[in-house]
Design a protein around this ligand. Structure first.
Ligand code: UGA
Length: 443
């Protein structure tokens, strides 16, 4: 099949474009970002993601994908168009649909009937209706075009693995013609029959193909992200209560997780969920609630609990570090391990709070970068320089690299000995054995 991916240099678009090219489809990944397209054409990944470099190299060398800024001509050439443009939140908390509207304009001007439009971006249900209405002014739905939803469940840091080993493929649409096209489109992934570089694992597993109507597919995505966010706010609150009553949250999670109805996955307390997706999708549900005159009180509570978490981390730190002029070493900037993404990162929020209060902050991250123009902030190139003369070290991202830190060296380098492990990455006995004072989360 000839496929265009609009937003093809973005996170979802890039992984999707490369992935489907290895399913045997002829792919043009288009984007308005000329710089990114040039980098991708030269085999340079635009994001840090495990397995991406070799996948990009493989697809480029075998001419399986074309990266282009010419969106119009790629639309004209395609049977299937995947929309994976960004849907960020604007400063007022509303979803910014400007990229979707630009894609819509290109589609309206260049669509070559019959074309199936597949929405991968997480769009509010009302925006999908807008797409249908606008295209319907010029074309006939069903005859010239169809719109289907195909939400994405990729996790940053594991996106390549997730593409090839999804838990499910969800399709939302009403026409049997579109569903048949998509079944054929996805058959190489479902039949586990793809040509991939050797470092990519394709598990032998059955991939469920779920067909539903369009709003249900969108709600599967929103509901999944909201439920995941709910787990984190829940476990962070349990951790807080554990601290007060003298319980150990790690034991509590283990004990709770043995009940299969609860499970122990995605139950790690931390500095609060970050990244570009969970908060945005919760906000979209709150907004949908407003639109339909429903009070999304539960979604609001998840968000509010998360917003408090960084403040709680800072308060915890101030209990052990008394002077506001102390030196703080922040270990980890990315919103989670495995990515260089600092969007909505709790670590960045904490750093900004600390600088405002006059602390001297040094940070280290194996891949992420944070540039703040403030004489009280600097980012170090290696972990141990960050710790030099520090009064307190705060572990904000769960990088594997941190687990193998030389604790005796850490003790020697630091001025004071406070270790605040917000990811519960270390073993208390190991840290205290090196003469450091250990404070985890929820114990
Ligand atoms: C999330 C979903 O997990 C994906 O399924 C979805 O496709 C994606 O959003 C999206 O909508 O695009 P992602 O944002 O990459 O994926 O990251 P997660 O692994 O879900 O982590 C989100 C945040 O929760 C991170 O800050 C992470 O540190 C935190 N987290 C996660 C915890 O604090 N504890 C946990 O146990 C798990």
């Amino acid at each position: 099949m000839k496929v265009s991916v609009i937003g093809g240099a973005g996170y979802v678009g890039l992984i999707t474009g490369l992935g489907i090219s290895t399913m045997g489809h002829k792919v043009i990944a288009t984007d308005i970002d000329e710089k990114k397209i040039a980098l991708l054409n030269n085999g340079k990944p635009t994001i840090f993601e495990k397995g991406l470099s070799s996948l990009l190299d493989y697809c480029n060398k075998n001419n399986m994908i074309e990266f282009s800024t010419d969106i119009s001509s790629s639309i004209k050439k395609s049977d299937l168009i995947i929309i994976s443009v960004g849907t960020p939140t604007d400063p007022n908390g509303k979803i910014d649909l400007s990229q979707v509207k630009m894609a819509l304009k290109d589609l309206a001007e260049n669509l070559n009937p019959f074309t199936l439009i597949l929405i991968k971006s997480t769009l509010p249900i009302t925006a999908v209706n807008m797409l249908k209405e606008e295209l319907g002014k010029k074309f006939t739905e069903g005859k010239d075009f169809d719109i289907a939803s195909n939400p994405e469940f990729l996790r940053e840091g594991r996106a390549v693995y997730d593409f090839y080993n999804p838990d499910r493929i969800v399709i939302g649409g009403s026409s049997s013609k579109s569903i048949d096209i998509l079944k054929e489109f996805y058959s190489p992934l479902i039949n586990r029959d793809m040509s991939v570089p050797s470092d990519i694992s394709i598990e032998k597993k059955k991939i469920p193909f779920i067909v539903t109507n369009l709003p249900s597919a969108q709600m599967i995505k929103y509901g999944s992200n909201a439920f995941l966010a709910n787990k984190i706010s829940f476990v962070n609150e349990i951790a807080q209560i554990c601290e007060s009553v003298g319980a150990n949250v790690n034991d509590v999670i283990t004990g709770m997780g043995m009940d299969p109805r609860i499970g122990s996955e995605y139950m790690q307390p931390g500095p609060g969920f970050g990244g570009p997706c969970l908060e945005k999708d919760l906000e979209a549900l709150v907004e949908l609630g407003r639109f339909f005159n429903l009070e999304a009180t539960f979604m609001k509570a998840i968000l509010e609990r998360n917003e408090r978490q960084v403040e709680l981390v800072k308060n915890k730190m101030s209990r052990f570090v008394n002077s506001a002029y102390s030196k703080i070493a922040i270990m980890g900037l990315a919103f989670k391990a495995g990515t260089d993404d600092i969007r909505n990162s709790a670590s960045v929020k904490l750093i900004n709070m600390l600088i405002m209060e006059g602390y001297e902050v040094r940070s280290y991250d194996p891949v992420a970068k944070l540039d703040i123009n403030n004489s009280n902030y600097s980012q170090c190139k290696d972990l141990y320089s960050t710790l030099e003369s520090a009064d307190c070290a705060v572990i904000m991202t769960e990088w594997e690299e941190f687990k193998s830190i030389d604790l005796n060296k850490m003790k020697k380098l630091m001025k004071s000995n406070i270790v605040l492990d917000i990811r519960n990455l270390f073993n208390r006995d190991d840290v205290e054995g090196a003469g450091l004072k250990y404070y985890g989360l929820g114990s």
